[in-house]
Design a protein around this ligand. Structure first.
Ligand code: 5RP
Length: 228
């Protein structure tokens, strides 16, 4: 699968043209997209791009590669953002946040003219929910909220770091993952989650993606356009 991720991530660099402001996603697939941008800049086949990152991790990678960066608040629009996804479907909806960067990823996507997702075929599903849905919440009152989710049978668990402490996002929040198996009405559930005090953001990305590149184990990459 790693080769598939690399191939699809690198191919997505074809969406980037000279002079663009580019959103740099987070995760093991977006990693290859960022790597490819670095290569093209170094080779001189790509010029004058500015990156807007979606996590500290990606900022670190971009800095190592010498990709010029700007803060999301210092640009008017992002021309194209390329990011991974944990699940997506042919309605161009998906679940993101497995890597814990959902808040910045959604903010950057919000201000992007074009959103491209790069995934391997295992991420394509009919209906969303088998992947636990990440919900980013403020630390204050987080255990109360956890118990509310439990009472509502949403099978919550706090995201943990390697040392078993609670995972803290780049914005200083916690993540609760909801093991739902199947989300029957993702649009309605998305609105419901956003209405809960203490919830900062969640990993349901409804109507964000414009293009999905799907890498297959046989070496092919299929492109799906929302508005062909
Ligand atoms: C990070 C994300 C990632 O895009 C998502 O988890 C997919 O990651 P990967 O490409 O490593 O499978 O949403 O918050």
């Amino acid at each position: 699968m790693d080769k598939v991720k690399e191939r699809v991530g690198r191919q997505a660099a074809d969406y980037v043209e000279d002079g663009m402001v580019v959103g740099l996603g987070t995760g093991s697939t977006a990693y290859w997209f960022v790597d490819e941008l670095g290569k093209r800049l170094e080779a001189g086949t790509l010029k004058d791009i500015v990156g807007v990152t979606t996590s500290r991790r990606t900022t670190h990678q971009a800095n190592q590669l010498g990709i010029p960066l700007k803060d999301i608040d210092d640009i008017a629009r992002v021309d194209v953002v390329v990011d991974g996804a944990d699940e997506c479907n042919m309605d161009f909806n998906g679940i993101k946040g497995g890597g814990g960067a959902l808040l910045q990823e959604k903010i950057v996507a919000q201000y992007s003219n074009k959103v491209v997702w790069v995934v391997d075929e295992s991420k394509m599903v009919k209906e969303l929910g088998a992947f636990p849905l990440p919900v980013e919440i403020v630390p204050f009152g987080s255990w109360r909220l956890f118990h509310e989710f439990k009472k509502a049978n949403l099978n919550p668990s706090f995201r943990k770091s390697g040392d078993d402490s609670l995972y803290v996002t780049d914005s200083g929040n916690y993540i609760i993952d909801l093991d739902l198996q199947l989300i029957h009405q993702p649009e309605a559930f998305s609105h419901h989650l956003k209405s809960i005090v203490g919830v900062v953001e969640h990993g349901l990305f409804m109507n964000y993606a414009d293009t999905i590149l799907v890498g297959h184990a046989d070496g092919t990459i299929r492109t799906y356009e929302k508005n062909p």
